[in-house]
Design a protein around this ligand. Structure first.
Ligand code: PRT
Ligand code: ZN
Length: 225
C-alpha cells in the first residue's frame, strides 16, 4: 500500500451531519482552505485535508483508501460493513469514537391499527427499508422469515402504496411515522455519528495524525462537560 503523510477526512457535504461535522473539526483546531473546490479542501495549518461527499459514499471511500477517516452515522457504517463482510473474520471498519450528534434509531414500524403481539407478527411479510442487511440480521437473530424490500427513499409511504406491509426506517422525533399512520414497535439499532476508520492501522504518518485528532476531540468534549 502507498504510504501518505497527510490525513484525509471525509464528511457529509450537505445534510444533517455536515454542520456538526464542521463544528467538530473546527473545535479540534482544524481549519481548511476554501479554494472554490466543491469536493476537496486542503488543511491550512496541519496536514489534514477534507473531502466533502454524500454520507453513503463515506464507508466505500474509506474501504478504497480514498479517505482515511470519515464522519458518518453508525446506521450507514454498519449496513455497509455487513455488505462488505464475508461472514468470517473482522469487519472492514473501526469506529474510533462516538460523536454525540446525528442521534436516531433504526426501528420497525407497522400500520397504527395493527395488534403487536411481538416480532413473530412479521413472519412472511414484506418490510420496506434502506437498510436490508441490518434488518435481515435482526430478523435472522429472532428466527423470523420475512422479505426486506430495499427502497432508497420515501420508505414510510410503502405500506400505503401496498409495496410493503411494514417498514424499517430511521426515526428521531417520530413525527414522520405519526404523519403516515405508522407505529414504532421494535428498535433494530441505536445510532449516532461516529468517527470511522479502516480496521487496520495505516502504518505511516497518518496514525500519528489520527491519534492527535482523537486527543483533541477528547479534550474538547471534556471542556464541554
Ligand atoms: O445527500 P446525502 O446522501 O449525503 O444525505 P441523506 O439525505 O442520505 O442523509 P441525511 O442528511 O438525511 O441523514 C444523514 C444521517 O443523519 C443519517 O444517516 C442518520 O445517521 C442521521 N439522522 C439522524 C437521520 C435522522 N436523524 C432522521 N430523522 N437521518 C434521517 N432521518 C429521517 C428519517 O429517514 C425519516 O425520513 O428523518 C425522518 C424521520 O424523522 P422524525 O423526526 O420525523 O422521526
Ligand atoms: Zn445519504
Amino acid at each position: 500500500m502507498r504510504t501518505r503523510d497527510r490525513l484525509r477526512i471525509a464528511i457529509q457535504k450537505s445534510g444533517r451531519l455536515s454542520g456538526p461535522s464542521r463544528q467538530l473539526l473546527a473545535g479540534a483546531g482544524l481549519r481548511f482552505g476554501d479554494d472554490g473546490d466543491q469536493l476537496f479542501q486542503p488543511g491550512r495549518d496541519l496536514p489534514v485535508d477534507l473531502l466533502l461527499v454524500r454520507d453513503d459514499d463515506i464507508p466505500g471511500l474509506i474501504a478504497e483508501g480514498v479517505a482515511d477517516l470519515g464522519v458518518v452515522g453508525r446506521n450507514v457504517l454498519e449496513e455497509q460493513a455487513l455488505e462488505r463482510m464475508d461472514g468470517i473474520g473482522p469487519g472492514p471498519f473501526r469506529s474510533l469514537r462516538e460523536l454525540g450528534f446525528g442521534r436516531c434509531r433504526l426501528s420497525l414500524a407497522v400500520p397504527a391499527d395493527w395488534d403487536w403481539p411481538g416480532p413473530s407478527r412479521l413472519q412472511g411479510l414484506r418490510i420496506a427499508t434502506s437498510y436490508p442487511r441490518l434488518l435481515e440480521r435482526w430478523l435472522r437473530e429472532r428466527g423470523i422469515v420475512a422479505r426486506a424490500v430495499k427502497l432508497s427513499g420515501s420508505v414510510e409511504i410503502a405500506p400505503r402504496l401496498g409495496t410493503a406491509d411494514a417498514i424499517c426506517d430511521l426515526v428521531s422525533t417520530g413525527a414522520t411515522l405519526a404523519a403516515n399512520r405508522l407505529r414504532e414497535v421494535e428498535r433494530v439499532l441505536s445510532s449516532q455519528a461516529v468517527l470511522a476508520a479502516p480496521a487496520r492501522p495505516f502504518g505511516d504518518a497518518r496514525d500519528g495524525l489520527a491519534a492527535m485528532l482523537l486527543r483533541r476531540l477528547a479534550a474538547t468534549s471534556r471542556e464541554r462537560v
